[in-house]
Write a protein of this length. Structure first.
Length: 94
């Protein structure tokens, strides 16, 4: 069980200002969370393989394969002010 001083310590670390009512509420809520974690820790999970998802997930994106890029001229032609193979842009503040 977490006590009031521990809640105040965590709040101070997180730079939170809590009212007395909020400290009381957080003490209760955090104690409940920690009780649940203790129950989970009691489970025998030695033969359970670690997972990052509870269901099988597969990548639906295409493979990332190198390919030819668009020609530089095709990209620069519509630019309002191309310069030496690149885009000319205004300096900050202009």
């Amino acid at each position: 069980m977490i006590d009031r001083d521990q809640v105040l310590h965590v709040a101070r670390l997180a730079r939170l200002r809590l009212t007395d009512d909020e400290v009381t509420q957080m003490t209760s809520e955090l104690s409940t969370i920690l009780d649940h974690i203790e129950k989970i820790n009691e489970l025998d999970l030695d033969d359970v393989e670690p997972t990052s998802h509870v269901v099988e997930v597969e990548n639906v994106l295409r493979a990332d394969e190198p390919r030819e890029s668009w020609p530089r001229a095709r990209i620069l032609d519509p630019a309002p002010d191309p310069d030496d193979g690149g885009f000319r842009v205004p300096s900050p503040g202009q």
